[in-house]
Design a binder for this molecule. Structure first.
Ligand code: ZN
Length: 283
């Protein structure tokens, strides 16, 4: 190497060190799973993202977190699709849901597929300022440029069904297309929350292009992948360093178990973390 190049390189290295914030050296991203798809992610610099809040009537959520205030500060809410176990409309007959209650309490903006957010605006749940529509392939940075949230495909459906409090009849609204989210945090960690999804071939593209480090993967079957599908997606297409099974056991129909997922996976470089609702991991 010529001396001139060496000087250029060492100047660049010094600059990088000088501008790198202190927390980047040691801080980690925390993932707190609260049952079904509900996930609280705290980034290295302390920003809080809540994905698919289904808490107050979630049979698997630890009692203390059925009180939405126990989540503390929330900066951004992400919703993958309009189903009751993702908005938290389960058991509500007053036209409310956990996602909107949480948005009201915390002031957090709600991001999700354009069609879903539009329905939330039309229903008067959020204002057009608080509900932010975006689409698959789009990246948003509401927490600053160092935290990137990208919306990706999910193979599922999306509609919002509400029960009329007086007639008890249900009414179903269209809610765009379902999605997953890839969140890249300040420490460079890429967390892929898959939402509800069946197996699809472009998981290979997502694996190759985004290279997720941690995948929150649905395994319950019936509405989503079963353990065998999820194992195939993990081993053959996504190849993450870590996998956290979600969306199982909450209702009888979601039969898949982390044990079945692990045995279908066999020998692999992916480390599986079978969590209990309420457990936290840091990466
Ligand atoms: Zn769903």
């Amino acid at each position: 190497m010529e001396r001139r190049d060496f000087l250029k390189l060492s100047a660049a290295a010094t600059l990088t060190l000088a501008v790198e914030p202190a927390w980047a050296q040691t801080a980690k991203t925390e993932i707190h799973w609260l049952g079904q798809a509900t996930t609280k992610l705290t980034t290295a610099s302390g920003k809080v993202i809540v994905i698919d809040p289904f808490l107050t009537n979630n049979p698997k959520t630890p009692q203390e977190f059925k009180n939405l205030d126990k989540l503390g500060k929330v900066d951004v809410i992400l919703i993958t699709h309009g189903h009751a176990d993702h908005l938290g409309t389960v058991g509500r007959t007053d036209g409310s849901c956990d996602a909107v209650d949480l948005a009201k309490r915390t002031g957090a903006k709600v991001f999700g597929p354009a069609g879903l957010i539009q329905t939330m605006i039309d229903l008067g749940w959020v204002s057009a300022e608080q509900g932010i529509r975006f689409g698959k392939g789009g990246t948003v940075t509401p927490l600053g440029p160092e935290v990137k949230i990208t919306q990706v495909r999910a193979e599922h459906s999306s509609e919002v069904t509400l029960t009329d409090p007086t007639t008890k009849k249900t009414h179903t609204y269209p809610a765009g297309e379902p999605a997953g989210f890839i969140i890249e945090t300040e420490n460079g960690l890429k967390v892929y929350h898959m939402g509800d999804t069946g197996l699809f071939g472009d998981m290979r593209l997502i694996g190759e292009y985004y290279k997720p480090d941690v995948v929150l993967i649905p395994i319950g079957g019936h509405f989503v992948m079963d353990p065998r599908d999820a194992a195939y997606a993990t081993r053959e297409m996504l190849k993450p360093k870590h996998a956290i099974p979600i969306h199982y056991g909450t209702f009888p129909v979601l039969k898949g178990t982390p044990q079945e997922y692990q045995s279908a996976l066999g020998q692999t470089s992916t480390q599986v973390h079978p969590l209990s609702p309420g457990d936290k991991l840091t990466f």
